[in-house]
Each structure stands twice: as C-alpha cells, then as structure tokens.
Design a protein around this ligand. Structure first.
Ligand SMILES: C[S@@+](CC[C@H](N)C(=O)[O-])C[C@H]1O[C@@H](n2cnc3c(N)ncnc32)[C@H](O)[C@@H]1O
Length: 213
C-alpha cells in the first residue's frame, strides 16, 4: 500500500536518484517472473536503504529475507572497503535469479547468500553487525530481533520493513489477524526497549529504524 497521494509519490520519485539499470532490470524481472512482486523494496525504499548504508559505511550487514536480491544489492552499494552483506532466504527457488543479479550488479564477492530458515541460520552468524535488515515472515520479527540484538555493535542499526502493514496497525482497521498482531507486538517491544532508540520512518510500508545504544 502506498500512503502518499499519487502525485506526491511521483514527485518524491522524480526527486530521488533513479534505479541503476541492473536494479531496474531486476525490478522488471521480478514483476514478470516471481510471485508477490510487491515484496521487493523497489525504487524509493531501495534508494533509502542505499543512502542509509552509505551513511553507516558498514563492514557487516545481515539481511533476513533476500527474495530476489533487490535490497541486498542496495545495501551492498554503501559497504565499507572489505565489507559484506550476509543475506538469508528460505526459498531456494529464487536462488539462480538472485545470484545472477548479484553478479550483474558486481557484488557477487560482497554478498554472502545463504539458503535456509533464518531461525536456524542467524544463530550461526558470528560477525559483529553494523546493520541488520529484517524483512522476512512477520510472525518471527520478535524472534529475529531477539536473535540479532546482541550481535549488533553499540551504535549499530536494525531496520525492520513493513511495520505499518498496509495501515492495519492503526486502531480503526485493527481487526487483528496473526500477522498484524505480530507487527503490533514487534513495534511495541521496540518502543519499550531501553537498549535502543528508534524512529518509525513512513517510507513505503514503514521502516522501523533502530539504533542500539
Ligand atoms: C518481503 S520478501 C524480502 C524482500 C527483499 N528484502 C527486498 O526488499 O527485495 C520476504 C522474504 O522472506 C523469506 N522468508 C520467509 N520466511 C523466512 C524464514 N523463516 N527464513 C528465511 N527467509 C524467510 C521469503 O522467502 C521471502 O523471499
């Protein structure tokens, strides 16, 4: 769901750097070939993730939920020299598409793509993390947060996508299905967690942006 009026959204996109040709091809290919293409971060959110990554200059990024690789490439753009993005997805059917685009984008060396359930694979990540992007199944957002918080360095960041959940988080629409409840629980947990500072950026479907103190 887009929260901005169409003309404002167009204006915002017109005054944001365009996607690279590779990201534009990936966006198109995902819409042509893959189910639920709206899961892809897309132009505006992708540029925001790239900008945030450039600001942080991370050495190690963890992404939970690769899908076709769009956001992993965006975050790889801002890596420090020698840095890497570990990205995890349970869906092995998307592997060749994602790997092909990591190659085309020139980041196959920097992106460490792991296939499997993030609940099993995140505990195996031994790196201290500068930036985590949580963008997988909503019911496990709290589990992912709890799994990564001690791995994030003080001053490091966690960003969680879809925290506005198409607007279902607000009271009038709150006929709570399980996923909406999971997002509400996650947002409350972050808001009440004294270990972090947070700002909910209303970009696309909502990015909960968290800094570990
Ligand atoms: C919203 S998409 C990710 C979109 C991607 N980050 C982007 O912006 O282009 C969510 C992905 O999470 C993956 N996923 C769901 N449950 C998972 C789990 N338990 N472990 C790992 N990946 C999971 C799905 O297969 C799907 O590809």
């Amino acid at each position: 769901m887009d929260f901005l009026p169409v003309d404002i959204q167009k204006y915002v996109e017109a005054h944001t750097d365009p996607e690279s040709n590779t990201l534009s091809d990936l966006n198109r290919d995902t819409h042509r070939k893959v189910l639920k293409p709206r899961m892809l971060s897309g132009h505006l959110q992708g540029r925001a993730l790239s900008m945030i990554s450039h600001m942080i200059r991370p050495k190690s990024v963890l992404e939970i939920g690769t899908y076709t690789g769009y956001s992993a490439i965006c975050m790889a753009e801002g890596l420090a020299e020698g840095g890497k993005v570990i990205t995890i997805d349970v869906n092995e059917e998307l592997e060749s598409l994602a790997r092909g685009y990591f190659e085309k984008a020139g980041f196959s060396e920097q992106i460490d793509y792991r296939i499997g359930n993030a609940l099993d694979l995140v505990p195996e990540v031994s790196e201290t993390l500068d930036l985590v992007f949580i963008d997988a199944d909503k019911k496990n957002y709290i589990n992912y947060y709890n799994l990564v918080i001690d791995k994030v360095r003080p001053g490091g960041f966690i960003i969680a996508d879809n925290v506005l959940w198409s607007g279902k988080v607000v009271a009038e629409l709150k006929k709570t299905d399980k996923e909406t409840q999971a997002i509400l629980d996650f947002n409350r947990l972050v808001q009440e967690d004294g270990r972090v500072e947070n700002v909910l950026l209303p970009i696309r479907d909502g990015l909960m942006t968290i800094r570990k103190k």
